[in-house]
Structures are given as structure tokens and as C-alpha cells.
Design a protein around this ligand. Structure first.
Ligand SMILES: O=C(O)CCC(=O)C(=O)O
Length: 267
């Protein structure tokens, strides 16, 4: 068994700040293949595909779980630098692949991904990781923004992203609403670095973040989510993402999530 290398130095730091920036995680050749993979997936939408923007507007679209039928997404999610980064952060040899998700903003799209935490969409504990990777240079002001340190605070209600078919199981209000971070970004310690295609922003699932906005060109990006191997179901009294009912309708409190739907990857 080979020892895990020490985590790469990161600034800010995922443990202290709940967000970190990693430069040049994905190379130019893989970026081009992933752009083609997004186009192929848009032509063959899966069950989780959504047009998030209102009808009649330049689109913001998203799909999840395409690692299952697309070789390029599978390679990114299960081999090489991305799962290795997740394993380094967890200090483990294996990680659970939860999901891959792409976001496609057409030129002229203006629908944002609103401020939210990834944690409350998932009936899981403990926290997990999102690795967000732009494939195009983000048009001005549309890159990922994260409220540093917010992973140590309250868990807020999940926010419905979609103007059409819903992504949440209901709109029951059980948790408090996300505060208006854009009204006073400095007081929330918002971290919004300039990023290049292939860089990665790494988020603790409890960190408040937002992205998107008016896109002066096509803007494609990916989020890969990984959990610690010992992650368990924690059934929620609030609505979670609709896909949980499809993937594991009989989940039991305390059961490990690693299994065929959420594979254990050796990084
Ligand atoms: O890129 C985006 O628009 C949103 C990404 C995001 O918030 C996420 O994957 O949780």
C-alpha cells in the first residue's frame, strides 16, 4: 500500500475557510474533450437534465450522473487528478463518487446559480466535497463566489434552481432562507478569484456559494462531488434533490452510501 502524499498547499484552506483554489487541475486536451462531452449529453438528455432558465431566454442547462454513460465524464470522475485531490483532502485512499454535474450557459444567458450550500440537497453526513472546474474562461462576474468560513455556520434551506421542472422534492420551508450575501459581500468574506479553464475551486458542502449571471459568451463548467468512504444516510425533515428518490428510494438512516449507485473509487 503506498502512502498518500501530503495535501498540496492551498490558499485559502479548505479546513479553515471551506473553500480552496487549485490551479491547473485539468489539462487543455481533456478540457476540449469535456466540452464535446457536454455537447453530446445536451443532445441526449438524461433523467436529471433540466433547463434552469425561464422559457424563451438564452439557456442555462444542467445534467447529472453522466459518468454512467459518457466515457469522458467517467474518466474525469473516476481516474487521475480529480478523485486524487478529493482523497488527499479526506486523507483517505478511497472516495465515494456522488455525482458529476455540468452547467451550460449559452451566450446571452443571464440566469444565475443563486447563493446556496450543497449540503442540504443531500440526505448525508458528514460534509462532502464539490470540485468546480470551469471549461471556458468565466465571463466577467460569473465565476464561482464562496463565503469563506460559512461552512462553520448554519445550514440553510436548499434553493430551487430551476424555472421549469423542479430539482427539489417540494417547496416545504423547514430551514431558514439563505441571507442576502450580495447586499454586503465584504461582511460574508466572499472569495471570488479569477480562474482559468482547468483550474478548480474546492468547496466544503456547507460553504455558501453562487455562480453565473450575464454571460457574454458560452460558459461551460463542471462540478464533481465526492464523499468520505464512511459517509452515511441521514434522512432529512426538509425536501432534498429529486434524484435521491430515483437512485435509492429505500435508503435507511445510518446506512453507508457507497455501493453501485455511488461507487467507491480508489484514487
Ligand atoms: O456553476 C454554477 O453555475 C453552479 C455551481 C454550483 O453552485 C454547484 O455545483 O454547487
Amino acid at each position: 500500500m503506498t502512502a498518500m502524499p501530503a495535501p498540496a498547499p492551498m490558499d485559502p484552506n479548505i479546513t479553515d475557510d471551506g473553500v480552496a483554489l487549485v490551479r491547473r487541475l485539468v489539462d487543455a486536451g481533456q478540457i476540449e474533450r469535456l466540452k464535446a462531452a457536454i455537447e453530446a449529453c445536451r443532445q441526449t438528455p438524461g433523467p436529471s437534465f433540466r433547463t434552469l432558465s425561464p422559457p424563451g431566454q438564452p439557456v442555462l442547462q444542467s445534467d447529472l450522473f453522466r459518468w454512467r454513460d459518457n466515457a469522458e465524464f467517467r474518466a474525469l470522475a473516476t481516474e487521475g487528478a480529480v478523485p486524487r485531490l478529493a482523497a488527499e483532502i479526506f486523507g483517505t485512499q478511497d472516495v465515494v463518487l456522488m455525482e458529476d454535474q455540468f452547467f451550460y450557459s449559452a451566450e446571452g444567458a443571464s440566469t444565475p446559480s443563486p447563493w446556496h450550500q450543497d449540503h442540504p440537497y443531500h440526505p448525508l453526513e458528514p460534509w462532502f466535497l464539490t470540485i468546480w472546474i470551469p471549461l471556458d474562461a468565466p465571463p466577467a462576474g460569473t465565476g464561482l463566489r464562496a463565503a469563506a468560513g460559512s461552512h462553520r455556520g448554519e445550514i440553510y434551506a436548499p434553493v430551487e434552481f430551476s424555472a421549469g421542472k423542479k430539482t427539489l422534492q417540494s417547496d416545504a420551508a423547514v430551514l431558514r432562507k439563505v441571507p442576502d450575501i450580495d447586499a454586503d459581500p465584504a461582511s460574508f468574506g466572499v472569495f471570488a478569484p479569477d480562474v482559468d479553464p482547468g483550474d478548480a475551486m474546492v468547496l466544503d458542502s456547507r460553504t455558501l456559494h453562487a455562480a453565473g449571471g450575464l454571460c457574454t459568451g458560452v460558459f461551460r463548467r463542471l462540478s464533481l462531488r465526492y464523499a468520505h468512504p464512511d459517509t452515511r444516510y441521514r434522512l432529512r425533515p426538509w425536501p432534498v434533490a429529486t434524484f435521491w428518490a430515483e437512485h435509492h428510494p429505500e435508503a435507511h438512516e445510518g446506512e453507508r452510501i457507497a455501493g453501485p449507485a455511488f461507487p467507491l473509487i480508489t484514487a
